[in-house]
Design a protein around this ligand. Structure first.
Ligand SMILES: [Zn+2]
Length: 145
């Protein structure tokens, strides 16, 4: 059964979750490391709906997805959260595509990218629990190759 979960998930809460998991050391300019307080709102990205910031320090532009696996992705923050959740829980691509209002091809593309990234960062020793594992996966998804 499909649920209309995309419309039920809060955008602000999703943004906060992505910020916390993809930028655990604080979200700011990825070019010069100046904090977000040193940036001004430049525009809103049409695809993701995310604010695009321009750093006052180095004039670089960035969003929440810059230098993460989702850089350049035209996905809403709610879609990113639910995509990660669905892939992590092994939800079928067909169902995820329907629930996230994406094509199955798009879901498969992201599934493969996430699995490739997860494999690349696989530790040699087993992790203590699945919570640690998922945290590591999300934090590493937030790092550029
Ligand atoms: Zn900067």
């Amino acid at each position: 059964m499909d649920f209309p979960i995309l419309t039920l998930l809060d955008t602000e809460a999703s943004v906060a979750w992505i910020e916390q998991h993809f930028h655990p050391d604080g979200f700011g300019c990825p070019h010069c490391q100046a904090s977000l307080a040193h940036a001004r709102l430049f525009r809103i990205n049409r695809g993701s709906g995310l604010p695009v910031y321009r750093c006052r320090n180095c004039q670089g532009v960035y969003t929440l997805y810059t230098r993460t696996i989702f850089e350049g992705a035209q996905l809403l923050p709610t879609q990113v959260v639910l995509l990660l959740r669905g892939v992590f829980h092994g939800q079928s691509s067909a169902q995820l595509a329907r629930e996230l209002d994406l094509t199955e091809k798009t879901v498969l593309k992201w599934r493969h990218r996430l699995h490739d990234r997860a494999e690349a960062i696989q530790p040699d020793t087993p992790l203590p629990d699945s919570a640690t594992e998922s945290d590591e996966m999300f934090q590493n998804a937030g790092e550029k190759k």
